[in-house]
Write a protein that binds this ligand. Structure first.
Ligand SMILES: [Zn+2]
Length: 270
C-alpha cells in the first residue's frame, strides 16, 4: 500500500460550502490530505487498456482506506507523527476491547460450566482429540458457550461428540489383512464389494471397485471392461482372475489395511 501526503487542489466555489472548516483561507492554502493509491490501478485511475478504473472511479484514491485531511499549516513530519499516534491509539483500544471481550466470554463460559459440570471435562480437548473434533459442530458450540447459556441438550450433545472423538483417539493403531499373492502373479480371487464408483480420467470413465478379502485385506480393481460395470451392489461377492500389480498400505483412522492393486481383471466364467 502506497500512502503519501499530497496537496489537494483548492476546492471550487461550488464545493467550498460543503466543508465549513475549509472556508476562509482554503482557496489560497489548501488542506493537506493523505491519500492511499488504489491498488487496482496503482493510483493512475486507469486500468490497463479497459479505461477508467471501476475500483476508485478513476480518481486513483483507494476507496476503502481512511483519508485524512490535516490543517494546512502542518508540516509533513507533523502529519506523519499524527498518523503514528492515531495508529498506536487505535491498536491500544483494540487490545482493550479484545481483553474486555475475552473477560466477558470467560465469565459466561464459567457460568455454563457451573450449571453443567459435565462440560468441565470437555472444554479443553487435547490436540489429537481436537483434530478428530474438527468437522463436527463441537467448536461452534464452544463459541456459543462463550456467548450464551447452553441448554442441557446442547451440553449432552457436546459431551457425546467429545466422547466419540476420544474413543476414536483411543483406538490403537493396527494393520489388518494380508497382501494377495506376489506382484506379477496371475491369480484367481474372491472378494466382497466394499466400494464401487466411477472415476474420470484422460482415458474416459473408469470403474473403480474395492473388494474385501476373507482375511481382511483389500483388492483394488479398476478398468473399463464391461463386467466391472455389472458390479453394482456393495456386499456382493465377486470372483475373477487378475494379475497383482502392486501392494499398498492404506491408512484410515489408525487402521492400516494391506491393499493389493489388481490389473487385467476378468470375471470367472461359471
Ligand atoms: Zn483505481
Amino acid at each position: 500500500m502506497v500512502a503519501h501526503i499530497v496537496h489537494i487542489a483548492p476546492p471550487s466555489d461550488k464545493t467550498l460550502g460543503l466543508y465549513p472548516r475549509m472556508k476562509g483561507d482554503a482557496a489560497t492554502k489548501p488542506a493537506r490530505c493523505l491519500r492511499t493509491d488504489c491498488y487496482r490501478c496503482d493510483g493512475s485511475g486507469v486500468f490497463s487498456t479497459l479505461g477508467m478504473c471501476f475500483r476508485c472511479g478513476g480518481n486513483g484514491v483507494d476507496p476503502t482506506t481512511k483519508a485524512w485531511a490535516f490543517p494546512s499549516d502542518w508540516s509533513d513530519e507533523q502529519c506523519a507523527e499524527f498518523l503514528v499516534k492515531t495508529a498506536d491509539y487505535a491498536a491500544h483500544r483494540r487490545e482493550l476491547a479484545q481483553a474486555r471481550k475475552a473477560k466477558k466470554a470467560a465469565v459466561i463460559l464459567d457460568a455454563n460450566v457451573a450449571a453443567n459440570p459435565a462440560l468441565a471435562a470437555v472444554i479443553s480437548p487435547n490436540e489429537a482429540v481436537a483434530e478428530l473434533l474438527w468437522g463436527t459442530p463441537f467448536f461452534d458450540m464452544m463459541e456459543t458457550a462463550r456467548k450464551f447459556p447452553l441448554s442441557e441438550k446442547q451440553v449432552v450433545f457436546m459431551v457425546s461428540l467429545f466422547e466419540k472423538a476420544s474413543a476414536a483417539d483411543a483406538v490403537v493403531a493396527t494393520t489388518v489383512g494380508s497382501f494377495f499373492g506376489e506382484v506379477g502373479e496371475r491369480l484367481e480371487f474372491e472378494g466382497t464389494v466394499r466400494v464401487v464408483m466411477n472415476t474420470e480420467s484422460d482415458y474416459g470413465t473408469q470403474r473403480f471397485v474395492i473388494l474385501d478379502t476373507v482375511d481382511g485385506g483389500q483388492l483394488v480393481l479398476s478398468g473399463t471392461s464391461a463386467w466391472l460395470w455389472d458390479v453394482n451392489e456393495v456386499g456382493d461377492v465377486v470372483t475373477g482372475k487378475a494379475t497383482v500389480k502392486a501392494h499398498n498400505l492404506k491408512e484410515y483412522r489408525k487402521v492400516t489395511t494391506r491393499q493389493s492393486v489388481m490389473t487385467r481383471a476378468v470375471a470367472l466364467k461359471g
